[in-house]
Design a binder for this molecule. Structure first.
Ligand code: ARG
Length: 257
């Protein structure tokens, strides 16, 4: 009799563990669309995200795919304006935002951020013959600066320069449009993240990136404050991918030094 009780206990315990495991799996993977990790991005930011034919590819797309894989989810990428990404997460249209997005205190009020997976630097692009040769020159005043709307390049130059009456800021929907404005002399410089800056300068002869950096920042994944379970799962998966070298491998594939 005693033996049967013991066996029964073991069997019951096993069933309980299985049930717990199943439930755990389900709550972790509660997503906007069942079985799918929906990533909001703005695919105008090479090499982090950009269009290649019909598909969106790049560092963020590959990191998100690796995370989705770990969580047993399918990845779907939703392309939108950069300043719609946080709203899409808050309103339950997307699970995560990966967009070379800088962690800032303001954004932290609206979304949670993962561990940082990359460093970004705001740099200044000018024409080769520009009188602007350093960040200090930009602060000497009177210039027109092009930025991508609502990016940190926009936020910082607005606070540092426009609000102080030191510059005019022209905001564009895409970084590429800001660069085009520089090419056609509508702005004197563009403040933008270093990696897309390299891509834009490579594509437009006559442009250079100044040696002095505007500011260094951290990129991370944004997710909802209302689904901490998923946020935790995403962050854990990301940390594993950082630890096992996958993230570095993806960065190295796109960023050649
Ligand atoms: N790092 C900057 C920011 O967070 C720019 C990011 C722009 N990303 C994009 N996919 N367009 O504001």
């Amino acid at each position: 009799m005693k033996k049967y009780t013991r066996i029964l206990t073991v069997v019951l315990a096993a069933i309980l563990l299985l049930a717990l495991y199943a439930c755990g799996g389900k709550t972790t993977n509660k997503t906007v669309k069942p079985g799918v990790l929906t990533m909001a991005t703005n695919a105008e930011f090479p090499p982090y995200e950009f269009h290649e034919g019909d598909t969106i590819t790049g560092i963020d797309a590959e990191i998100a795919a690796a995370i989705a894989d770990k969580l047993g989810l399918k990845l779907e990428i939703s392309d939108m304006d950069f300043d719609s990404i946080i709203a899409a997460i808050q309103s339950g249209k997307a699970d995560v935002g990966l967009a070379g997005m800088t962690v800032t205190d303001e954004r932290k009020q609206n979304v949670d951020f993962s561990t940082s997976y990359a460093t970004g630097v705001q740099v200044i692009i000018v024409k080769e013959d520009s009188p602007i040769a350093s960040v200090d020159d930009l602060f000497s005043g009177g210039y027109t600066v092009g930025v991508q709307q609502s990016t940190t390049g926009d936020l910082y130059t607005t606070w540092d320069l426009e609000d102080e009456g030191l510059a005019t800021i022209n905001r564009y929907n895409k970084g590429a449009d800001a660069v085009q404005a520089l090419v056609t002399d509508k702005v004197d410089c563009v403040v933008i993240d270093n990696e897309p800056a390299k891509a834009y300068v490579a594509a437009n002869p006559g442009l250079v990136i100044l040696d002095t950096e505007y500011i260094e920042e951290q990129y991370a994944i944004a997710y909802s404050k209302n689904n901490t379970e998923l946020g935790k799962a995403v962050d854990t998966a990301l940390q594993e991918l950082i630890k096992d070298g996958t993230v570095q491998k993806i960065l190295d594939k796109y960023i050649k030094v």
